[in-house]
Design a protein around this ligand. Structure first.
Ligand code: G3I
Length: 373
């Protein structure tokens, strides 16, 4: 009887072939005709000529997203100063490689300098003043890349898991319509760009209801919104496949595109919030919180591969309304999970390892592209 290669053996063989220098298959090619596949590009990566991550991106991705370099704090650090260098390089890189370029992100409560909400006297701005500041920023940033950046995460993370609005300076000073205004300003600046609402934990029913209401409110107001971004910072065992399936279906039912915008699978323990402060000090706690400093055990590597495989098979089942899957980074060394919620851990969340080699999870994703349904 022909011995069937076990999945592990097959994935290991594929990894060895990769290390032997054979070009790994391309994710973008594997999923061509179903959805775009891409990744977040870091500032250091794009600012380094011939960075190995860019070589991986060239071969693997047909869409890219800036991880940080187009956030307000990075691109507009002071009232009268914009820093375009990294963003210009990213857009040039995307154009040179025929990629769909995503702009991330215009209005967010994080990585937005404090001065944005204050006058020169340090006092809070009023509604009209902050709207003008928001309009000026959006017109400057979206306008600079008009016709070059294809879609924008206009507003990021405005809703809490229970569906209530996130209380941010944007909402407190302008009012609830700050969201409509942000989309309106982005559309004014580039009438052809796609416009998205982007958020995490989108599988929570309360958040799903609230985001659905938001999308309907924008559409009823005649505001352009093309898609909902499901960040998908997921784990080995959450959300369930059923929750993920229902989430994509619910957002697709709104008549907008669904995009997976920041996919990664965290294998590290999610320490109890009360422990965080102690973990750095109590070595034995650190062992528990940072178990894979010396690499991922085969058993966990296989669980990660299986999880990525089942998730991409799910995405294929939604390919008629799922337009893009973006991984939140190229390699494990880049992942934000190395520093959140505890700084200095060793994460293994992505498809390429710290030597930019494809992991078993990468081969599992490639295999999922041709699995019969
Ligand atoms: O730029 C400074 C640098 O000057 C300084 O030396 C260094 C040391 O502290 O920090 C650098 O800033 C860091 C920044 O990334 C750029 O590297 C911040 O500390 C760090 O907190 C920030 O983390 C980013 C995080 O957003 C901030 O919330 C992550 O890289 C980025 O992956 C993450 O991405 C977000 C998405 O934009 C929105 N969805 C959630 C996702 C994860 O938080």
């Amino acid at each position: 009887m022909r011995q069937r290669l076990t999945t592990t053996a097959l994935l290991t063989l594929l990894c060895l072939a990769g290390r032997a220098g054979a070009q790994p298959p391309s994710l973008a090619e594997a999923y061509a005709g179903e959805f775009l596949v891409g990744g977040a590009i870091g500032t250091r990566q794009i600012m380094t000529d011939d960075h190995p991550a860019l070589e991986v991106a060239r071969r693997q991705f047909n869409t890219i997203t800036p991880e940080n370099l187009l956030k307000w704090s990075e691109v507009h650090p002071e009232p009268e100063r914009y820093d375009w260098e990294a963003a210009d390089r990213l857009v040039e890189f995307g154009e040179a490689n025929g990629m769909f370029i995503v702009g991330h992100t215009l209005v967010w409560h994080s990585q937005t300098p404090r001065w944005v909400f204050q006058g020169d006297d340090g006092e809070p701005l009023n509604r009209e003043q902050l709207l003008e500041r928001m309009r000026e920023h959006i017109h400057a940033v979206v306008g600079r890349y008009k016709g070059r950046i294809g879609g924008w995460d206009v507003v990021n993370e405005a809703v809490l898991d229970d569906g209530s609005p996130r209380e941010t300076p944007w909402r407190r000073i302008i009012g609830e319509d700050y969201i409509e205004k942000a989309f309106q300003f982005a559309h004014e600046a580039d009438p052809d760009a796609e416009l998205y609402y982007n958020d995490f934990s989108m599988f929570h029913p309360g958040k799903r209801r609230a985001v659905a209401q938001l999308v309907r409110r924008l559409k009823d107001a005649g505001v352009r919104i093309d898609g909902v971004g499901v960040q998908a910072h997921w784990g080995l065992d959450f959300p369930t496949l059923e929750e993920a399936d229902q989430t994509i279906s619910d957002y697709a039912a709104l008549g907008v595109n669904v995009m997976i915008t920041e996919l990664d699978i965290n294998v590290l323990p999610r320490p109890d919030r009360r422990q965080d402060a102690e973990v750095g000090r109590r070595f034995e706690r650190r062992e528990a919180a940072d178990p894979y400093r010396d690499g991922l055990p085969d058993e966990v590597q296989q669980r990660l591969a299986d999880r990525y495989g089942e998730i991409f098979r799910l995405f294929r089942r939604h390919s008629d309304h799922l337009s893009r899957v973006t991984l939140w980074g190229v390699d494990d060394g880049q992942s934000w999970h190395n520093n959140w919620p505890i700084r200095g851990r060793t994460a293994h969340s992505l498809l390429f390892d710290r030597q930019y080699q494809p992991k078993p999870a990468f081969h599992s994703v490639v295999k999922a592209a041709s699995d019969d349904e």
